[in-house]
Design a protein around this ligand. Structure first.
Ligand code: AMP
Ligand code: MG
Length: 322
């Protein structure tokens, strides 16, 4: 596998790989994606193999122009159009009735498809140069920490990828928000980079958070996900006297902390900065010689909802298996 800077020339090379049915890891504003031609079932199968992702977990299809939504899905309803107008390109995924050219392997046999137009220039150029639409989940092993740098991808996917385009650190740092608009409700299937409140403001309608285990529309969502190897314990107050632990602080504490085993998400409590640093912090703490990671709870408002969703899922892994 090769890691290459996301220059124009390398993006063209990567697009050739996608056209030939190969896999390319590339930066988006959310996390690094593992992309394949979404209209080629064999290429998409390679994504599932590389990630060891169960086939019942459907993928998001990425497009490079708003109008290309019609290459993937049937015409969006008026409210979905509104959201697209407001939030694309960006970290919002919408669920729509799929078109026939999208193979079942992409949608796990569902009649619907998840679609997003990313804002990262490299992602957009890669999709355009590939002359197709690109299925791309996060470029990590299933249920492990999401990658926000090219190095994270390299560490997890070893030789399973043909090409990694390096575009530096992802600016949003957590996955897209997924919404499904139905006749009488707007469902939040996954909190993410666009806050729920922003969607509610845009539509002047309440967005209903779906309980993960009730979420029949999104069969792939397990209770644990985004997990480091080390157990994660969510706490209100970090117990800094535990010598075998690493510490994930939301803001800068007023007391002394072991700096070599601590990560502060945002010194002055900025949720955007905290989201951008979240996976970087968890990758860092997971690499230390410690037994557990304590993570400080943060307010579940705005981007805090998505950050806490990731932390709760990370902490579920050992609850489920212990
Ligand atoms: P990711 O793993 O970030 O690529 O996100 C994929 C997630 O999108 C899946 O785990 C599902 O939760 C959701 N998803 C994808 N396709 C659909 C769909 N057709 N209906 C509902 N949720 C979907
Ligand atoms: Mg993922």
């Amino acid at each position: 596998m090769i890691i290459l800077k996301d220059s124009e020339e390398n993006i063209k090379k990567a697009a050739e790989v996608i056209k030939k049915g190969g896999l390319v890891a590339f930066p988006t504003e959310t996390v690094y994606g593992l992309g394949a031609d979404a209209t080629n079932p064999e290429a998409v199968a390679k994504i599932f193999e590389a990630k060891e992702r169960p086939y019942f977990d459907p993928l998001i299809v990425h497009i490079a122009n708003k109008a290309d939504i019609l290459k993937v899905a049937q015409s969006p309803d008026r409210r979905t159009e509104f959201l697209i107008e407001r939030f694309w390109p960006g970290p919002l995924t919408v669920i729509l009735k799929k078109r026939e050219n999208i193979p079942d392997i992409v949608t796990s046999g569902l009649e619907t498809v998840a679609v997003r137009m990313p804002s990262h220039e490299t992602a957009l150029s890669l999709i355009r140069e590939s002359s197709t639409v690109v299925a791309a989940p996060s470029a990590n092993k299933f249920s492990s920490l999401s990658p926000t740098t090219a190095r994270h991808v390299f560490e997890q996917l070893g030789n399973a990828v043909d090409f990694i385009l390096d575009g530096g650190q992802c600016l949003v740092g957590i996955e897209s928000t997924i919404v499904k608009i139905e006749e009488d409700s707007i469902k939040l299937l996954r909190p993410g980079g666009i806050p729920k409140e922003a969607i509610e403001d845009c539509l002047s309608l309440e967005v209903v958070e779906m309980q993960q285990h009730l979420k029949v529309e999104a069969p792939g969502q397990l209770d644990y996900h985004y997990s480091p190897q080390k157990p994660v314990v969510l706490v209100d107050k970090i117990p800094v006297d535990d010598n075998n632990a690493g510490f994930l602080f939301f803001t800068k504490p007023s007391f002394n902390i072991p700096l070599d085993r601590s990560f502060i998400l945002s010194a002055d409590g900025d949720l955007r900065e905290a989201a951008a640093n979240l996976f970087l912090a968890l990758h860092f703490l997971d690499s230390l010689d410690i037994k557990r990671i304590y993570a400080q709870r943060l307010p579940e408002k705005g981007l805090g909802l998505a950050i806490m969703d990731r932390l709760k899922k990370a902490s579920m892994k050992f609850k489920n298996f212990s």
